[in-house]
Design a binder for this molecule. Structure first.
Ligand SMILES: Nc1ncnc2c1ncn2[C@@H]1O[C@H](COP(=O)(O)OP(=O)(O)OP(=O)(O)O)[C@@H](O)[C@H]1O
Length: 323
């Protein structure tokens, strides 16, 4: 029998009240009934362009925000039904690594204090010798040295700072780490080192990762499976190498092409795509720009469904795609 997933996100919806400078306040749906599950020790990648809801998903999985509706089950338990004290205890099991290794470390604190912080806050550890020993071991397992505990963040490079942030995330021994664009602020050569480190930590410590990035090549290099997000929904999901090699959703195709066609200002080229009126709002979110949309696509929302073993796609026309 297949084991239950470690992370099970069910029909997660998050609406924000948007107050534009011009025009009336309105509700903006950042996540739209999104479901996904991640198995223990898996690296699950999330890709999608800016504004599709990746960080909103990360915040909800970390229980840093509450959904408008839906559930996040961690090891079978719904995080939003836990009492504050229970949630605080659970937080040792899931931690986050952020994009910016410069902004996420307090410049006034020594590395030892920064890395130990979750032990004080979440695990109520007070024995100094024990804490120092755990920090030293943790620094070494992310490729730094125990003596670095006595230094300050400004003494380290971007890649080293991200290693410090990873050490802090792992000090309580979490089972899940949500990494939101963890290598986007780093140089290419340093990116590869940090990606290797994450893979190593999965193998040696059994950590599961939800790995969020707008960079498809990075996700392809590290993720076992990938989910492609568009406007708060998953439009495609499957083994990363298969999805990137042979995308089945028209939006995944566009995303891959756009990645190849970044112009010298870093803008993604979207030339040649249709630009239809948005449609009824009842149908596919990609209807306005989809090169193969039909009338059904504006009338009826396609659900994510199994197309081949392990691959899921939300498109009415997927059966016509070469597979
Ligand atoms: N606190 C908020 N209040 C109002 N709208 C928000 C808030 N946070 C996010 N949004 C909106 O929700 C949508 C999804 O935002 P989110 O930050 O999750 O996307 P993202 O994919 O992480 O984008 P990026 O890659 O640019 O960080 C966007 O349209 C954004 O403007």
């Amino acid at each position: 029998m297949k084991k239950a997933p470690l992370l099970d996100v069910r029909h997660l919806t998050r609406d924000y009240l948007s107050r534009p400078l011009l025009g009336k306040p309105h509700t903006q749906r950042a996540l739209d009934s999104l479901s996904l599950s991640v198995d223990a020790q898996e690296i699950f990648g999330i890709v999608g362009e800016s504004g599709c809801g990746k960080s909103t998903l990360a915040r909800l999985v970390m229980a840093l925000d509450r959904p408008t509706s839906g559930q996040v089950l961690f090891d079978g338990e719904d995080l939003f039904s836990l009492k504050d004290k229970q949630l605080k205890q659970k937080r040792r099991d899931f931690q986050m690594v952020f994009q910016d290794p410069f902004g996420s470390l307090d410049p006034r604190q020594k590395i030892g204090r920064i890395v130990a912080e979750p032990l004080h806050v979440l695990a109520s550890k007070t024995d100094k010798a024990e804490i120092d020993a755990r920090v030293a071991t943790m620094l070494e397992s992310v490729g730094l040295e125990a003596r670095h505990a006595a230094r300050y963040p400004h003494e380290f490079s971007g890649g080293q700072r991200q290693r410090i942030a990873i050490a802090r995330a792992l000090i309580t021994g979490p089972r899940l780490v949500v990494a939101d664009e963890p290598v986007s602020a780093l140089d290419l050569s340093v990116q590869a080192q940090v990606l290797n480190l994450l893979q190593d930590l999965r193998e040696k410590r059994g950590v599961t990762f939800l790995f969020i990035s707008h960079n498809l090549a990075v996700v392809n290099s590290i993720a076992d499976r990938v989910g492609v997000m568009y406007r708060g929904r998953l439009v495609e999901q499957g083994p990363a190498h298969a999805v990137f090699k042979q995308p089945l959703h028209p939006y995944t195709n566009v995303l891959i092409d756009a990645e190849l066609n970044v112009d010298r200002f870093g803008r993604q080229a979207r030339k040649g795509l249709p630009n239809r009126p948005a449609g009824t709002g009842q149908g596919c979110a990609f209807y306005a720009h989809c090169p193969i949309a039909t009338e059904r696509c504006t009338l009826e929302r396609p659900e994510l469904h199994r197309v081949t073993p392990g691959r899921m796609v939300a498109c009415h026309r997927v059966d016509e795609m070469p597979q």
